[in-house]
Design a protein around this ligand. Structure first.
Ligand code: EPZ
Length: 421
């Protein structure tokens, strides 16, 4: 079994380049199934969710050439099946994008119910509502979703709940539909905008992404023949910003879009940190113990749920008592039990956590329970006094490329050990 062994405390200092966004990449890759042609995608994070997405696309008949570790050229002219490999698609959440893409491409698809981090119930009712309103028949049974349509016709769809996945999936199903589709109460995350930008680069006609209302004018064909670079990862950038604050470090983040980080920057300033905004890069530091703050996670542009665990580490070390209200997921506080093993004083009940700040954390063996919890535990281990061992690295490797090398490059005393060797 692999683990990360971290010795702290170490203030993180230096410069780090932010990679392409996981949650954009895992949607853009299946979106290539809408293209009857060849395209190149650059700035892909080299993470297991991207590798898994590529493996699924190849099962559908796509030809993929890796130009570099972070750049592929993909030929989707020969898509020969409408049945996704159940063993692969059940491994992660984003496999549901295969449905929207293949409804557009082949008007038929069968895919396993998506997997993904255990954050509570992860329904897909809004995805299905959108597909049905575009004219598809969708049936669920024995762990699979089967969708079929004679044709897809544009419609006006009002989302009952703001959903990143459903917004993107409906966009994928509407891009080649007849007529115009509007999505009201749409998700506005940077990765939603990036998928719309990718599709428009390949010949789609999508307007309003990033606002509450997205309008998609169906087109006949996407011809590809272009290169697209994935947007910098808002969540990875926020992870390193909060790592700088938690460890009283001083980091420069390169290749980030500071406009996407406004809610995180505001909270860092509120707790006593400093953020110097240079547009496509920033400096973040905190020279003193953070002050307490209250957090409510919300859809963009609110504070992202995917940075809630990382913020929980900062608040565990803050002066005073903080409250976190997790409004998106039912169970995203599992990491707090692990932080309490390190000396934190967190009481989590339902969607609320009360955090009584402590002077310092102490090293301990801890277990990652999901992707972002894993990142939070690495931050905690870097800030803590003593040795921390982080287990369940498979979660972390899904979303962060070369995580230990990148933390080591900014001063962390961290290494990956395989206990079986
Ligand atoms: C995406 O998940 C992200 N994953 C998640 O990031 C992120 O936490 C989430 O958006 C919120 O920002 C990917 O993009 C691959 P939602 P998604 O649909 O699309 C409810 C990470 O760490 N809902 O926006 O599954 C749902 O239960 C991961 O990178 C319905 O009720 O999230 C939740 O309460 C973890 N019905 C809320 O909406 C639906 O049909 C938001 O979910 C769909 C969602």
């Amino acid at each position: 079994m692999e683990k990360l062994v971290i010795k702290g405390p170490t203030p993180l200092k230096g410069e780090i380049r932010i990679n392409g966004a996981k949650n954009a990449a895992v949607a853009i890759l299946p979106a290539t199934l809408l293209i009857d042609g060849i395209c190149t995608i650059d700035n892909l994070p080299h993470i297991s969710d991207v590798l898994l997405s590529c493996e699924i696309l190849e099962k559908f008949g796509a030809k993929i050439k890796w130009n570099t570790k972070n750049c592929i050229t993909i030929d989707t002219r020969n898509v020969h099946t409408t049945k996704a490999p159940l063993d692969l698609t059940s491994k992660f959440r984003a496999s549901y994008y295969i449905i929207g893409s293949m409804l557009s491409r082949k008007k038929e698809i069968e895919v396993g119910m998506p997997g993904g981090c255990q954050l509570g119930a992860r329904p897909v009712d809004q995805h299905i509502k959108g597909f049905e309103m575009l004219g598809a028949d969708v049936t669920l049974g024995n762990g699979t979703i089967y969708a079929k349509a004679d044709k897809l016709v544009g419609n006006s769809i009002y989302m009952d709940i703001v959903s990143v996945g459903a917004t993107i999936n409906i966009m994928l199903a509407a891009t080649l539909a007849e007529g115009t589709t509007t999505i009201d109460n749409a998700a506005k995350e940077p990765h939603v905008v990036d998928v719309a930008n990718f599709l428009n680069t390949m010949g789609a006609d999508i307007r309003g992404a990033g606002t509450d209302v997205i309008k998609i004018n169906g087109v006949k064909k996407l011809n590809g023949n272009a290169t697209y670079s994935v947007v910098p990862d808002q969540i990875e950038a926020g992870t390193f910003m909060l790592a700088a604050v938690a460890t009283k470090g001083n980091l420069i983040l390169k290749n980030c879009i500071t406009k996407h980080l406004e809610s995180i920057t505001a909270k860092i300033i509120e707790v006593g940190g400093v953020v110097e905004d240079y547009g496509d890069s920033l400096r973040v530091y905190c020279e003193r113990r953070p002050s307490k703050a209250n957090i409510k996670t919300l859809p963009h542009p609110g504070f992202p749920t995917d940075l809630q665990p990382q913020m929980g580490v900062v608040l565990s070390l803050a002066e005073g008592t903080s409250i976190i209200n997790e409004s998106i997921w039912e169970s995203r506080f599992q990491y707090t039990q692990e932080l309490n093993k390190m000396g934190a004083k967190i009481t989590a009940q339902g969607k609320t956590a009360i955090i009584e700040g402590v002077e310092e954390l102490s090293g301990s063996p801890v277990y990652s329970t999901d992707l972002r919890a894993g990142a939070a535990l690495i931050i905690a281990g870097t800030a803590a006094h003593g040795v921390t061992e982080v287990y369940n690295l498979q979660y972390i490797d899904r979303g962060y490329e070369d995580i230990e090398e990148r933390f080591r490059s900014i001063g962390a005393n961290i290494e990956r050990i395989n206990e079986d060797n």
